[in-house]
Design a protein around this ligand. Sequence first.
Ligand SMILES: [Cu+2]
Length: 637
Amino acid sequence: MMNGPDSQRENSISRRGFVAGAAAGLASLKIAGPLWARTNPELRAGKFGALDASTPGGIDLYIEKQEVRVDEKIGQAITINGGFPGPVIRMKEGDDALIRVHNRMHESTSIHWHGILLPFTMDGVPGISFRGIAPGETFTYRFKVRQNGTYWYHSHTGMQEQLGHYGQLIIEPAQPDPVAYDVEHTIVLSDWTFEDPHTAMKKLKTIEGYYNFQRPTLANLSAQVEATGESLGEVISKRLQWNWMRMDPTDIADITGATFTYLLNGRSAAQNPTFFARPGQKVRFRITNASTMTYYDFRVEGLPLTVVQADGQNVEPVEVDELRVAVAETYDVLVTMPDEKAYTIFAETMDRSGFARGTLAPRPGMSAAIPARRHRPMLTMADMGMMHGAMEGMDEGDETKDMESSHGAHAMNGEHKMDDKPSTSVTYPPHDERRVAPIKERKPLPIQNLPEMVQHGPDEHGAASIAMAMHAYRRFDEPGIGLGKDGRRVLTYGQLKALQTPPDRRPPTREINLHLTGNMHKYIWGFNGKKWSESKMIRFKFGERLRINFINDTMMSHPIHLHGMWMDLYVGHDYAKNPRKHTVNVNPAELLTVDISADAPGQWAFHCHLLYHMEAGMFRTVAVVRDLSGEPIDAKS
Ligand SMILES: [Cu+2]
């Protein structure tokens, strides 16, 4: 049933969507089940076995709703070719990809090729790139493969991603691979809930912090004293501060282990998928965080990791013990198997409410101890954009002093405070714009904000925002909330250096300030105080090089993803070495800058990759147009 010819006619939009030139030639796609499925005879006989071969003439993906077993319970999942995650799809740089997606559900669906440069009609975002794939229909994706590395794909329809609609995409380089390795293993980290995701969304909208069962209570006061080493007085005073601000320092994740089962290649920690390597072999792990809401801290307990690729792009190798993988990011790491022992692959969630796990071993049936769980982290006032002077590692008197103008400065001032703040107690540090000073390499840029780009003034936040950070900081050298204090070397964005300078490193000529804003009481998220339904398109001029300053006004981390184009992430070092990324994590109160070459005409999605944030409005359409003053282009024309 799964592999028979599909009798459905291709819908008309797919025919119109063909790109001249890309239609010629057959794709050289190989398709295979996840590696653990191929190496596990039990699974090989089951869902994935039939897909191991290369398929001439392109590949077929069948989207279905099925019952699946997750951690010994049965749930309703969206499967791709019978399983979830979907099959690992392989492509070769320079070839043409040809993928027929057959919708065998009673609802519309889509596949978005995350991080892939392609014509926008092939990008797979309903309402922006195409109409979606109706029940019973087939959509044919064709595009020239113009890059290489580790990527992934997922549904961009409704909340289907939460139900298992995702998989990995690996593109072999046209040139010799600069990364040498003996064994390759693919790792898809994700989160699963037996709840209907729409129910979960409703709960978040109704009861703030619904899934946050870790918030401080009177009973755990002494535990907090113990964990922090602070006096009881200090702990109480901090709690009162948070209370006055009606915020919660454990609000690290909206959805937690209270409902999520954390998965590695679709399997729970108890199921413990095993990856094989012999002593002396160099293993390449291709890691994708395909979660809807979960940041993972990844390590192979006891073994150093050499990071060689981020978001599909080769980087100068850097050795660490642990790395945080934000939602939708991919990283490739090398590990050398030292001996005949088993090692635990441990992916702890950022909020410490759970973990995904696997084993690296020379033989089947081996396992190692599960490492002790770490304390859940607590947000600090610095994460709220306050008390920045007290931040560790913040170097006063650095080069940011020579600020040129106040643009980009976070203008939250005395009039822009939180509700219910007692009039006497919380004192705000004086306004300090140095933290948002322009970067030193460039001359002042003309600021030509788009009409919808509001100044960040006291009255200009919409419903999708409540007052938050007073200051934004550059935080790319920080290990991240809850990391870096146990002696482990943790990857920072500041360590990511492009292996080869990407082709376009022109200085930007235009700059956009984009505040990441939210109202967690109402569970509305947006940019510049507006959710998607209230927003206009952001326009990039075709061919221009532009800069976006993300200013995170919220106390949550947001993984921001731009479709169709790279973002060159400013991380402070040599401009030519700044890494290209498709998804950038913006920490609480962080100012993070990316430069973009607007080289892809059409309409593109631009959004937070936390699924529930995106659904709640943290989404924009970017139109890459020839003339900034023109009419929006029509996605369906
Ligand atoms: Cu978000």
